[in-house]
Design a protein around this ligand. Structure first.
Ligand code: PLP
Length: 449
């Protein structure tokens, strides 16, 4: 491939000496030995020792159409040979315009325009900076607070990371805490004991309403929420909760930002899940990952026509949305995203919808295992949560991160798992077949046992 042909061990050694990898602990930073992945094909990847593994998390919820798609590789080559890059500051390229139109065509409500970024964090960051700009131009300079929730994950840039809800992600990092207000995670598994789902939903909506009332809608610019909290452990919200939050936002002139970085482009069997699965039409949708199935770093936000019109008609026509990335609207990324969308529309979305019930039902059988407190999910995303005991629902804590131990066992058996402390998240490529689901669940069962 690239550079010298190294053995698996040599590559890992080199990384230990020279690579800082994402999310390291202080004790291991710059000295970590992570599994080398050498190749991918379909739903499989191959590790440094040549072992073939099912790619359980599809990379990071992203390799939606699977690995080694020749048509995607070819379109990147062709685009790079035609035009590898152009400045988005004062020129544009055809692929980005065509892709924006295709994406807007799938987006709910009046979401009509796309701003492309390099990934999910920059998409969320762009949406938040857009909210600030929008309210500044409207003269609502106090309307800047952002509502977020426990269990949320929105990125690793300063402002997007400030929204993150899991304590572990925040404990050792600073953030823009004065700009963010945290609400409860809509997690039915951890609702107060004895409370019905309906009462739980009412309590979440009441908390939202009371927070808006207490702080004042004139101080709150946006709510940012994942339709399904992904990294938080695939938290599927109770029915009708999101539409009720959407209504409160609309009534209070609070922008609803639906963070679909994980859920868009097929994970739930649709291009976007906000409306098709959850019945909401946000003001802004953020996306990344599946837009190129991970073949190229690309993300973006889709903005409502109404908001753009308000800005165009404002009293400050020369005010500048001083925000843009060198790689906004990258032609190679946009070209591969177009081909990826062809594949999704050409049958993969329908396949994902068809196999999702089987995927969920087979994983659900793992609840028979004594360590497993709950298996939950929707579409082709699911979480197996291990608990100390089912009554307390306390997360299972062993000498080492339980998810990592399960991952290690499964790795030996031929499956890569995404370990999340006491949870294993499963979100394979959308092309997975029923037989491959059987293999995946069989290995997971044995690994957990
Ligand atoms: N938003 C959500 C919901 C995510 O799950 C992620 C990443 O996992 C992000 C934003 C950040 O995306 P990226 O890692 O591409 O910056």
């Amino acid at each position: 491939t690239v550079g010298e042909a190294l053995s698996g061990e040599e590559a890992v050694e080199l990384a230990k000496r020279h690579l800082v990898q994402p999310w390291p602990t202080a004790g291991e930073i710059g000295a970590e030995a992570r599994s080398l992945i050498g190749e991918g094909e379909g739903i499989y990847i191959t590790d440094g020792s040549g072992k073939k593994l099912i790619d359980g998390p599809a990379g990071m919820w992203c390799t939606n159409v699977g690995h080694r798609r020749e048509e995607l590789a070819r379109v990147m080559y062709d685009q790079a040979m035609q035009l590898s890059y152009n400045t988005p500051w004062y020129t544009m390229n055809e692929a980005s315009a065509v892709l924006a139109e295709r994406i807007a065509g799938h987006a709910p409500g009046d979401l009509s325009h796309v701003f492309f970024t390099t990934g999910g964090s920059s998409a969320v960051e762009s949406a938040l900076r857009f909210m600030q700009f929008y309210n500044n131009v409207r003269g609502r300079t106090e309307k800047k607070l952002i509502l977020s929730r426990g269990g949320a994950y929105h990125g690793s840039t300063y402002l997007s990371a400030s929204l993150n809800g899991r304590p572990r992600d925040r404990d050792w990092m600073d953030g823009a805490d004065d700009l963010v207000v945290k609400l409860s995670s809509p997690d039915p598994f951890r609702r107060p004991a004895g409370m019905s789902i309906a009462a739980f939903t009412d309590s979440l909506v009441a908390e939202f309403e009371e927070t808006v009332k207490r702080i004042g809608a004139d101080k709150i610019g946006a709510f940012v929420g994942e339709p399904v909290q992904a990294s938080g452990g695939v938290i599927v919200p109770p029915e009708n909760y999101l539409p009720r939050i959407r209504k409160i936002c609309r009534d209070n002139d609070i922008l609803y930002v639906s963070d679909e970085v994980v859920t868009a482009f097929g994970r739930l069997g649709h291009v976007f899940a906000s409306e098709d699965v959850f019945g909401i039409d946000p003001d802004i949708i953020t996306f990344a990952k599946g837009v190129t199935s991970g073949y190229f770093p690309l993300g973006g936000m889709i903005v409502s026509e109404r908001l753009l019109q308000e800005l165009r008609r404002s009293n400050h026509p020369s005010a500048m949305y001083a925000h843009g990335l060198t790689y906004s609207s990258h032609p190679v990324g946009c070209a591969v995203a177009l081909k990826n969308l062809d594949l999704l529309e050409g049958g993969i979305l329908a396949h994902a919808r068809a196999v999702a019930p089987y995927f969920q039902a087979q994983l659900k059988t793992l609840e028979e295992l004594p360590l497993v407190g709950e298996v939950r999910g929707v579409g082709l995303m699911a979480c197996v949560e291990c608990v100390a005991d089912r009554d307390s629902k306390n997360p299972l804590e062993l000498d080492r991160n339980v998810g990592m131990r399960i991952d290690a066992h499964c790795h030996e058996l031929g499956l890569l798992v995404r370990p999340l402390i006491n949870m294993c998240v499963m979100s394979p490529p959308l092309t997975i077949t029923k037989e491959q689901i059987d293999d995946m669940v069989g290995i997971l069962r044995e690994g957990i046992s």
